[in-house]
Design a protein around this ligand. Structure first.
Ligand code: SF4
Length: 385
């Protein structure tokens, strides 16, 4: 299979930062395929900072699409029909003009294999009317398009306008009969930047066309904070965090604006699952306070699917992973299993998606009512889940 974007030589690949060379990586909402890296959209808060790829604007391929799909489906974390997949969500936009043929090539290849896995495709770029038919041709995959929209109009933070994502969402949501689902991915919500009553009303208005809406904050990690400082950008927070930041008061205002909405979610996987009329594949149902904004029909689905695993079941699932050899199950409650001994977050996501149940790292406790978000902007620090 040909590549449309330039294919890097082996020597060029070897010079890439170590993390960038891993084209398959487990992230929270799915197993992520990233064999094309480089983006021209230049959002200041881009995750490319974390993979030391910020300077890489021109998309380039580390391998062909066919090789990448082989690598994905043969990965030890991949389970046919189970593992949620994310396509090009780390270092490029799947609908940049040069990248879009690769996006469709990967989707077609996965679909031809008869796979029914969720595939999440996150974009802020322009989609075309012909994309509707191309996506409707996919027979089995459960495809969800997530349109990143923030309403931020400071071009130093987002040079590429949010209105493009809004138009794409409207276009792709228009057909009444379609196989794929659409989500308004309302992020990053940043106090003082895009949280005025007008911004909130605008997002609510836009959410009416989508199958579901997720609101979430900013990943304000050290590398991103450093970039903000170096470039004199207005810093949204004094501190950085490993989780996304949504201050408590802002969350209350969002919920008030969406009081009449039936399809607002705090978690990406919840919105994706709801849009396909399926229970949340991340098992968030255990974290009961997350579900207070969820429609009854969805609560029922998740309640029926919710099963608290035994220690033995956790061990059984972990057994196939060499990196889970030192796994220690510290506790299992109706909310989550708490474990230690895993070298990274990736095997934890494997356990979580296999069991459909939350698995937390004892080193990074979740707090009751905090929805797995950073502490910044929330009062009290009681320990929980
Ligand atoms: S019921 Fe809870 S876990 Fe299920 S989708 Fe709704 S918020 Fe998520």
């Amino acid at each position: 299979m040909a590549t449309i974007v330039p294919l890097l030589s082996r020597e060029q690949i070897e010079r890439l930062p170590e993390r960038a060379r891993d084209v398959v990586e487990y992230r929270k909402s799915g197993l992520s395929l990233n064999h094309i890296q480089g983006c021209t959209l230049d959002c200041a808060y881009c995750i490319r900072h974390i993979y030391e790829l910020w300077g890489q604007r021109q998309p380039r391929a580390l391998m062909t699409d066919a090789q990448a799909v082989e690598e994905l489906v043969n990965h030890r974390y991949f389970q046919a029909h189970v593992t949620p997949i994310q396509l090009f969500n780390r270092a490029t936009d799947p609908f940049l003009p040069a990248v879009r043929p690769h996006t469709f090539a990967v989707l077609n290849d996965l679909d031809k294999r008869g796979l029914t896995n969720h595939v999440l495709v996150i974009t802020r770029h322009r989609m075309q009317p012909e994309d509707i038919a191309r996506l409707n041709n996919l027979v089995r995959l459960k495809v969800t398009l997530l349109f990143t929209y923030s309403g931020i109009d400071d071009e130093r933070i987002e040079p590429f306008p949010s209105s493009v994502a809004a138009d794409s969402l409207k276009l792709m949501s228009t057909p009444e009969r379609r196989k794929y689902r659409t989500i308004l991915y309302w992020r990053p919500l940043v106090p003082g930047l895009n949280d005025s009553p007008e911004h909130l009303d605008e997002a609510f208005h836009l959410s009416q066309v989508a199958d579901a809406t997720v609101f979430t904050g900013l990943f304000y990690r050290d590398q991103i904070a450093e970039y903000y400082k170096q470039n004199g950008l207005p810093e949204p927070y004094e501190d950085t965090a490993r989780r996304k930041i949504v201050p408590e008061t802002l969350e209350r205002r969002v919920l008030a604006t969406f009081a009449t909405s039936e399809a607002l979610f705090r978690k990406t996987s919840c919105a994706v699952a709801y849009a396909h009329a399926l229970p949340d594949y991340n098992g968030h149902y255990g974290i009961r306070e997350l579900c207070d904004i969820c429609p009854l029909s969805q609560l029922r689905r998740c309640a029926e699917a919710h099963q608290v695993p035994t220690v033995e079941q956790l061990w059984e699932v972990a057994e196939v992973l060499p990196e889970a050899r030192d796994l220690v199950v510290k506790d299992i409650t109706a909310r989550a299993a708490v474990v230690s001994g895993l070298v990274s977050e990736q095997p934890r996501y494997y356990l979580q998606h296999t069991l459909g149940f939350q698995v937390h790292d004892a080193a990074h406790p979740h707090h009751v009512g905090r929805h797995g978000r950073a502490d910044i902007g929330w009062k009290g620090r009681e320990q929980g889940d």
